[in-house]
Design a binder for this molecule. Structure first.
Ligand SMILES: Cc1ncc(C[n+]2csc(CCOP(=O)(O)OP(=O)(O)O)c2C)c(N)n1
Length: 325
């Protein structure tokens, strides 16, 4: 743990990034409860350390891909808070003109290439970006976030095989949160650690505590060192848990209360806060300021979104297919 003098500013910045995601998603949840936001909503509350631990080490020109639970990944890569919230709220000022919604975020200027509701769907797409990065020879990498459920999908296995074979600069970040929708890991695979699959395909891998921000950063930093050096893909499995249901409104009866309580005690935001406090790297005033700044940023984004127009009727059929050059 660095001393306050060394780089407490950097550590505080990491906490600030996690708080922005937490405040953003809590605001989205509140708007959903008020029916100001509709549709399916999957929140990553409790998983912020994976997004921030990973993206805080990336270059602006690195490519990031997400899935159905990716608000945090997009924010961590630098997506605009207003445009992201507006997209989730289905407004014309959103990243995809309000037609993509929560599961289809694209924030290209931030290097967040795309997300999808198709489980495992962006894993092969990340390989495409990695292939392009390899050709360009500028040291860029592609990072793809996915859950343990995606690890049972065909494209996951095909992608690991090709990435390894072609030594593509891609980092597979598996958020193993113990559930695929309502199904516990033990009921959808015999493979308890998803990193085992990486070994099958001769890919360097590690499994880390995904609620420990610094542990995630250490693993990703090592992965980046290898990948940027041209040695091929790396697989990082982060053990974590979502503190909400699979989707907002999910009663989550499949999960024991004791399990939830246990994971709440490992909440990554509170945990990193405790660490910084124990090392006297942050004051109570600084902590308060970080939380209130994040909450007011989320409030502003909500105001921006709800005062934005809906997509125009004539826009319905646009952006449906890609225009090939
Ligand atoms: C190809 C495909 N199959 C099934 C679904 C339905 N589905 C939505 S989320 C989900 C579970 C995904 O679990 P995981 O990959 O672990 O991600 P998590 O929800 O835990 O973040 C499933 C099966 C889907 N969206 N796409």
């Amino acid at each position: 743990m660095p001393t306050r003098k060394e780089n407490s500013k950097d550590l505080i910045d990491l906490l600030r990034r996690m708080w922005l995601i937490r405040a953003f998603e809590e605001k989205v949840s509140a708007l959903y409860a008020e029916r100001q936001i509709v549709g399916l909503l999957h929140l990553g509350i409790g998983q912020e350390a994976v997004a921030v631990g990973t993206c805080s080490l990336l270059r602006p020109d690195d490519y990031v891909f997400g899935g159905h639970r990716s608000h945090g990944h997009a924010l961590a890569k630098g997506a605009d808070v207003n445009r992201l919230m507006a997209e989730i709220a289905g407004r014309a000022t959103g990243y995809c003109g309000g037609k993509g919604g929560s599961m289809h975020i694209v924030a290209l200027e931030a290097g967040f290439v795309t997300a999808t509701g198709v489980v495992g769907g962006t894993i092969p797409l990340a390989l495409g970006a990695a292939f392009a990065a390899k050709e360009k020879k500028q040291g860029q990498v592609a990072v793809v976030f996915f859950g343990d459920g995606a690890g049972q999908a065909g494209p996951f296995h095909e992608s690991l095989n090709i990435a390894s074979l072609w030594r593509l600069p891609v980092i597979f970040v598996c958020e193993n949160n113990g559930y695929a929708e309502f199904t516990p890991l033990s009921a959808h695979t015999k493979v308890e650690r998803l990193a085992q699959h990486a070994k099958t395909y001769d890919i360097s891998s590690s499994t880390v505590d995904g609620n420990d921000l610094l542990a995630v950063r250490t693993a990703i930093s090592k992965a980046l060192g290898k990948t940027r050096a041209g040695t091929g893909p790396v697989f990082v499995e982060c053990l974590t848990h979502r503190l909400r249901g699979h989707y907002e409104g999910d009663p989550a009866k499949y999960r024991e209360l004791s399990q939830l309580t246990q994971w709440k005690s490992k909440d990554p935001v509170a945990r990193f806060t405790r660490l910084l406090k124990s090392k006297k790297a942050i004051t109570d005033n600084e902590l308060q300021a970080i939380e209130s700044e994040a909450r007011s940023r989320a409030e502003q984004a909500a105001e921006f979104s709800l005062s934005s127009p809906w997509p125009a009727e004539e826009e319905v059929a646009t952006q449906v297919t890609a225009d090939l050059p």
